[in-house]
Design a protein around this ligand. Structure first.
Ligand SMILES: Cc1cc2nc3c(=O)[nH]c(=O)nc-3n(C[C@H](O)[C@H](O)[C@H](O)COP(=O)(O)OP(=O)(O)OC[C@H]3O[C@@H](n4cnc5c(N)ncnc54)[C@H](O)[C@@H]3O)c2cc1C
Length: 475
């Protein structure tokens, strides 16, 4: 018997996979007994925001991930395909019918029991293991506190702070200078990793006045909660004092403008977005200002007067563990092999990725019950690459990740590259957000080749699983 806390996208998929392997499951889901700040119904796998599962073509990494999930018998994909609505190259669903279909399938499965209750502590009873924690970004507070005690308080995060991103071609390069703080750019003028927007005292004052009077967005109640010092919105910092930003994200120290040989009064740094080389994010500029206000105020920064924003900043509740510190590639915890994390709380980002992690966690929890070894598809597959990335990324400043071709190994290459610490995560890919333009033909062909290779590798992996002797124990 497996227990799963949370009947969202990850928990429902995990339950379905385990039950499909003949292992009984209990899902402990707190809704509708206890609500979250964003869910509206008591249905399993409710989509909390957009109704889009993003791209559905094989030259798109999330399209590949979905195809892999279909081949692995995903209930989330089966329900999504059955209830799709027109959305061009994306897969969008009728949210009500989708969640109802998952609810009917999961709760109607003879091996799955759904228990409507909040779990407030990680269980101690050995009968509750294998256990999968899939309580999502809005994990209830008492359980969050207990998880923090288990993983270590420093390895559980509660908020996601996202800085705005601008299109590189809309930055006025004549006004900015390239340099890294305190490095050789001081000697080799103009050779650094960041684009820096210098402000004079007058420009800073005008920017500051606009910032403290701009209108904030009030999205959900949880956004009113106390912020952690590490991800304070810039407007909150600004309200602490006129110079707070000059000693924080706008500090000029160590940044010499090669054109003047001097440090500016204040500086806004732009860092290239690793995942899209033509995008730059504003470093440390997480903000809750209304989007129109963000555009107005941030365009007061020299060099950004004509900036086009491909993503606006936000701060939202997002409970997730520092996965590379806590998890193995199999979604088991390093500390306890019969305890798994899956879904957004496990350090992935997005509906599809959450369900994908649940898919593997459910199979592996079932493997433990059956006396088999936990397995993960090869790293050349999207689902395997996600598992590898989450458990092996740089743990410093870890942020939940979407699937991208960038974290998969290219043909002829070794394991997937790691994203640098602090590189922005791309939740803009949530439906309706940022859209990459049409990729060049060669890039598209390369992605299609990676997708073909991934699907071949996955088919082989599935075939091996089927012929492998299942040392079935009584369940
Ligand atoms: C505000 C917001 C908007 C988002 N919008 C998008 C989007 O548009 N597109 C996208 O791809 N991703 C989005 N995400 C990210 C993520 O994909 C979703 O949150 C997704 O639902 C995560 O799936 P999950 O299974 O991990 O968690 P969930 O789907 O949230 O499932 C977790 C379940 O656990 C239950 N639970 C929580 N605590 C307990 C407890 N103590 N005991 C029992 N049950 C409990 C909850 O009721 C819930 O049903 C968004 C996240 C947030 C916070």
């Amino acid at each position: 018997m497996i227990h799963i806390i949370g009947g969202g996208l990850a928990g429902s998929e995990a339950a379905w996979q385990a039950a499909s392997l003949g292992v009984p499951v209990v899902i402990h889901e707190m809704r509708p007994v206890r609500a979250t700040a964003v869910h509206k119904t008591g249905r399993l796998a409710e989509l909390v925001c957009s109704n889009s599962f993003r791209g559905d073509k094989l030259d798109n990494a999330v399209g590949l991930l979905k195809e892999e999930m279909r081949r692995l018998g995903s209930i989330v994909m089966r329900a999504a395909d059955a209830h799709r609505v027109p959305a061009g190259a994306a897969l969008a669903v009728d949210r009500g019918r989708f969640a109802q279909a998952v609810t009917d399938a999961v709760s109607g499965h003879p091996l799955i029991t759904v228990s409507r209750e909040e779990v407030t502590r990680l269980p101690h009873d050995p009968a509750m293991f294998p256990l999968i924690v899939a309580t999502g970004p809005l994990t209830s507070e008492p359980l969050s506190a207990d998880i923090a005690a288990f993983v270590g308080a420093g390895h559980l995060y509660f908020y996601d702070a996202i800085s705005p991103i601008v299109l590189a071609e809309t930055i006025d390069m004549a006004k900015v200078f390239r340099a890294s703080r305190w490095d050789r750019s001081l000697l080799d003028a103009g050779d650094g990793d960041y684009l820096n927007c210098p402000l004079t005292a007058e420009e800073y004052d005008r920017f500051y006045d606009a910032l403290v009077t701009a209108e904030s967005a009030t999205v959900h109640d949880f956004d009113k909660e106390r912020f952690f010092e590490g991800c304070l919105p810039i407007e909150v910092m600004a309200h602490r004092g006129r110079d707070t930003l000059r000693f924080g994200p706008m500090k000029p120290i160590g940044l010499v403008d090669p054109r003047t040989g001097r440090m500016a009064y204040a500086v806004v740094q732009l860092r290239q977005d690793n995942l899209a080389g033509d995008h730059y994010s504003l470093v440390g500029f997480q903000t809750q200002l209304k989007w129109g206000e963000q555009a107005r105020v941030l365009r007061m920064i020299p060099g950004l007067e004509q900036a086009e924003f491909v993503r606006f900043g936000m701060v939202h509740r997002n409970t997730y563990i520092n996965a590379p510190r806590v998890l193995r590639e199999t979604w088991q915890t390093k500390a306890r092999s019969d305890l798994f994390f899956a879904g957004q709380i496990s350090g992935v980002e997005g509906y599809v990725e959450s369900a994908a992690s649940g898919l593997i966690a459910g199979r592996n929890a079932a493997a433990l019950v059956r006396g088999d070894a936990p397995r993960v598809p090869p790293r050349t597959t999207a689902i395997g690459a996600l598992a590898y990335y989450v458990s092996h990324a740089d743990p410093r400043d870890y942020q939940p990740t979407n699937i991208t071709f960038g974290i998969m190994a290219s043909p002829g290459q070794g394991p997937a590259p790691q994203r640098a610490a602090g590189a922005p995560t791309p939740p803009a890919a949530w439906g309706g957000g940022v859209r990459a333009g049409d990729p060049a033909r060669r890039a598209r062909d390369r992605k299609l080749a990676m997708a073909e290779r991934a699907l071949r590798a996955l088919d082989d992996w599935i075939a091996q699983a089927e012929v492998a002797p299942a040392s079935l124990r009584a369940t």
